[in-house]
Design a protein around this ligand. Sequence first.
Ligand code: FAD
Length: 472
Amino acid sequence: MTTPPLILWFRRDLRLDDLPMLSAALATGRPLIPVFVLDPETEALGAAAKWRLGLGVAEFARRLEAAGSRLVLRRGAAAAVLLALVEETGAAGVMWSRLYDPAAKARDTGVKSALRARGLLGESHAGHLLHEPWTVATGQGGFYRVYTPYWRTVRGMDVPAPVPAPERLPAPARWPVSERLEDWRMGAAMRRGAAVVAAHVRVGEAAARVRLAEFLSGPVEGYDSARDLPAVAGTSRLSENLTYGEIGIRRVWHAAMAAFHRGAAGAETFLKELVWREFAYHLLHHSPHIAERNWKPEWDAFPWQGDGPQAEAWRRGMTGEPFVDAAMREMYVTGTMHNRGRMIVASYLTKHLMTHWKIGLDWFADCLVDWDPAANAMGWQWAAGSGPDAAPYFRIFNPATQVEKFDPKGAYRRRFIAEGQRAAGAEARAFFEAVPLSWRLDPARPYPARIVDLAEGRARALAAYAGRGGVA
Ligand code: FAD
């Protein structure tokens, strides 16, 4: 008699290194069947995230093959697909790594009860975070709403050492058939933009490990100041890989801790940033409405503008505000945006244009290859003033003074804004190749005039805020 196999359901954990679910599965001694399911929740991803996930899945399938295994692809509602696979393969059950956004939690709870109701194994494991959100609590036993005390608690908590990838995965006697990834057309919504963004992504476990090593062997030293300069490659760029689990956060944490202990300047700030990611998940788990509604309900009555020509100019990088436009174009061309840019464009949209943060959040979700449900929601509500531990609404970034401070020589603007340059660089020109033809953009035209005067926009936002009695 052959041992019944176990199904490993991969989602945002496309790696073999440091994966608790895999360690647990290997300990059972069973043959393993890795599976990826294109379910409605995954279908609903934004264009860039879905396209990038497709690249990650393809690379992970190659990784598994090199380890004597395969990645079985199936499409449909997760519970139905997994139950059918269990039946087909005689598997003992399914294991997966936990996710924390409301849609994933609802789906996974359904899968777990469907499996268990049939007497099968349905087991979820940690793997996406340093600490499960419910394991970090305030002195009163509640959840943290403010980052600094959260950081103080988390910095000293024990993080298990990462477990290296196994050389090989035990294969089943017979493999179930797999669908073809090409048939899923995961890049369909990227239109012509995919070819442009492809030059900027670094996909898979090996690429992520190289990124980490590169960062910790040099840029970490200058991270404290360079991380604020969008023209400088001063950050790790690991968000793209962390979001698909191509590198484990525990591995990143331990490597950064080692850098800290050897005295690398900037290592502690980098550890703090990793904890911002944790904090975002802590908030998302404990107050899931952060992704959908004003975290502070007092903001529900604020007179946000809806979608319209100004929001559209913002999306298209055509506001006439150079820092804003450079950042919006950076996102369109590279699939990511520097953190300073994210803060500036989010502040500009929600304050100078007084547009609802949800409109910005949705556009980020469509354009970012590093889209993350927790970090994006926290970032937008922080910028708008409606979130926990948010920037006060009356503190309005001035994009013109920000540009003097953080892009003093104009390198970032030149890199992404072609208009007005005699010999614009490849990335500035690539924006015009990537955007839909229907936008009718032309680099030969003059750079647009400001859609909003900064002083007027600021005054309007402050008046609205004061009119509501300073809602925050
Ligand atoms: P590094 O500076 O090298 O930092 C290392 C890691 O720490 C990052 O990869 C990320 O995982 C984490 N981190 C750093 N800053 C933050 C932060 N402010 N919040 C949460 N985690 C952080 N990050 C995403 O990963 N996905 C998003 O969809 C996203 N949307 C954002 C939206 C807004 C409006 C704002 C203001 C920020 C958003 N961020 C998001 C956070 C941050 O901008 C990115 O994580 C960062 O720019 C990624 O670049 P990096 O990997 O080089 O970061």
